[in-house]
Design a protein around this ligand. Structure first.
Ligand SMILES: Nc1ncnc2c1ncn2[C@@H]1O[C@H](COP(=O)(O)OP(=O)(O)OP(=O)(O)O)[C@@H](O)[C@H]1O
Ligand SMILES: [Mg+2]
Length: 375
C-alpha cells in the first residue's frame, strides 16, 4: 500500500513545481512558461554570447517579483558587471553581488607544485559562497562562471563532485540556480557530464556568417519534463532589451484555413491565366530576371486588394520605403496615404541585419494581428 501512495506523493509534489520567468519573453515561450523551480540550470555559450546579460535579466525578473537575488561573480569584477548592466540602462538595485577573485586560486594552481593550495582556495571560495547564501537567503542565484572552477579542478571527477555538492546545497536552501558556463574553443570534455547533473541546459551560440552581422542563436539542449521546441531559435542582444529571442515557428500549429477565395489582380487576362485568381491560403513565388516586372506584378495584387478595402502587408528587402513609393507613383498608384492610414503595412529590412527567426516572427505578428483580424 505504501509504495503506490509514495508515488502519488511524488506526483503531487511535482505538480507543485513553481514555474518562474527567465526574464526573457521569448525564452519563457519556448520553455512553456519558464523554468520549473527550484532546480539547477546551466547556461552554456562561447565568450561574448550573452550569458552574463541573460543572467542579469534572470535576476532582475526576480527582483521585480520581490525575491532576494544573488550574483556570484568569478569571471567578471563587480565593476565590469556594473558596466555591462549600465550599458543596457539597467541597475543592479536589489541584486546582491558577491565578487570572488578567481585569479588568486588560479595563480596558486599555476605556481605551486603542491596541488592542495589551489584546492584549498576552491574550498574557501565554496565556503564563502555558502555563507553568503545562508546570510542573504536568495531565491535566485547566478554563478558566473563554471570555467574558473574547471580551470582549478582540472580533471572531471573532482569538477563533477564540486557540482553535485553545490547542487544539493542549492536544493536544500530552495534556491533556483543558473550556472553560466563559458565554452572555450578547444572544446570541453566535461560538457556531457555536467549536462547530466543539471535539470536543464540552455546553449547560446554565436556564428559568423560570410557577410553581415553575427548570427546569435539559442538551443534548449535539455529540459526535464518540458516538451520544448527543439533546434535553434534566433536571438539578438539589443541595448535596453538585453537578450531578445525569436522562437522558431513550428509548422502545424496554424488553424485550418477556411473556404479558399480567389484573389484577383485586377488585370483580367492575368487572372484568367491562374484560373480566376490566386487561391487564398497559398503561396506563389514570382521569379524572373532583373527588370521583368516582378515587383510591378506583385504591386497589382496589392493595389487591387487595397481598392477592395482589404489590408495589405508588404515586406521589402531590396528597396527603401521612399524608392518604393516613388516607383508606385510612377505607375499611377498612390500608396502613401494608405500606408499612413494603416491599411497598407510596410516593413523594409536590410537582409544582412535580420535573422530568419525575427523575420518569421514579424510576418506572423502582422498577419495574425492586422491582416486576418481585419477581414
Ligand atoms: N548595451 C548593449 N547593447 C547591445 N549589445 C550589447 C550591449 N552590451 C553588450 N552587448 C553585446 O553582448 C555581448 C556580450 O554579452 P555578455 O557579456 O552577456 O556575454 P558573455 O557570454 O557573458 O561573455 P563572457 O564569456 O566574455 O563573459 C557583447 O559582446 C556585445 O556584442
Ligand atoms: Mg560574462
Amino acid at each position: 500500500m505504501s509504495g503506490p501512495g509514495r508515488r502519488e506523493d511524488k506526483i503531487a509534489s511535482r505538480k507543485k513545481d513553481v514555474i518562474v520567468s527567465t526574464g526573457i519573453t521569448g525564452l519563457d515561450e519556448i520553455l512553456r512558461g519558464g523554468l520549473p523551480s527550484p532546480n539547477l540550470y546551466i547556461l552554456q555559450g562561447p565568450p561574448g554570447s550573452g550569458k552574463t546579460t541573460a543572467g542579469l535579466q534572470f535576476l532582475r525578473e526576480g527582483v521585480a517579483a520581490g525575491q532576494n537575488c544573488m550574483y556570484v561573480s568569478l569571471s567578471q569584477s563587480a565593476r565590469e558587471l556594473e558596466a555591462i548592466t549600465r550599458s543596457h540602462g539597467w541597475t543592479l538595485d536589489g541584486i546582491r553581488v558577491e565578487e570572488f577573485s578567481a585569479s588568486d586560486a588560479l595563480n596558486a594552481a599555476a605556481e605551486q607544485t603542491i596541488f592542495q593550495t589551489s584546492e584549498l582556495r576552491l574550498d574557501e571560495t565554496r565556503k564563502a559562497i555558502e555563507a553568503a547564501i545562508n546570510e542573504h537567503k536568495p531565491a535566485r542565484l547566478v554563478y558566473d562562471s563554471l570555467l574558473e572552477v574547471r580551470l582549478i579542478t582540472g580533471d572531471s571527477p573532482r569538477f563533477r563532485r564540486e557540482l553535485i555538492a553545490f547542487k544539493s546545497f542549492l536544493a536544500e536552501h530552495n534556491v533556483i540556480g543558473l550556472l553560466l558556463d563559458t565554452q572555450t574553443s578547444g572544446g570541453d570534455r566535461n560538457g556531457e557530464e555536467i549536462e547530466g547533473i543539471a535539470h536543464g541546459v540552455i546553449r547560446f551560440d554565436k556564428a559568423l556568417e560570410e557577410y553581415g552581422s553575427v548570427r546569435r542563436r539559442v538551443e534548449i539542449s535539455k529540459m526535464r519534463g518540458v516538451p520544448v521546441a527543439d533546434g535553434y531559435h534566433d536571438m539578438a542582444i539589443r541595448e535596453g532589451d538585453g537578450i531578445v529571442l525569436f522562437p522558431r515557428i513550428v509548422p502545424g500549429n496554424a488553424s485550418e484555413p477556411g473556404q479558399p477565395q480567389l484573389i484577383k489582380s485586377g488585370v483580367e487576362a492575368l487572372d484568367e491565366m491562374f484560373g480566376g485568381g490566386q487561391e487564398s491560403g497559398t503561396t506563389t513565388l514570382v521569379i524572373g530576371q532583373s527588370g521583368t516586372g516582378k515587383s510591378t506584378m506583385s504591386s497589382l495584387y496589392a493595389t487591387a486588394a487595397l481598392n477592395r478595402g482589404e489590408s495589405v502587408a508588404l515586406f521589402l528587402f531590396e528597396e527603401r520605403l521612399e524608392t518604393f513609393f516613388r516607383r508606385s507613383e510612377g505607375l499611377g498608384m498612390n500608396l502613401r496615404k494608405l500606408h499612413k492610414d494603416g491599411q497598407l503595412i510596410i516593413h523594409d529590412f536590410n537582409p544582412n541585419e535580420i535573422s530568419p527567426g525575427e523575420f518569421g516572427q514579424i510576418v506572423q505578428k502582422v498577419v495574425s494581428e492586422k491582416i486576418s483580424g481585419s477581414s
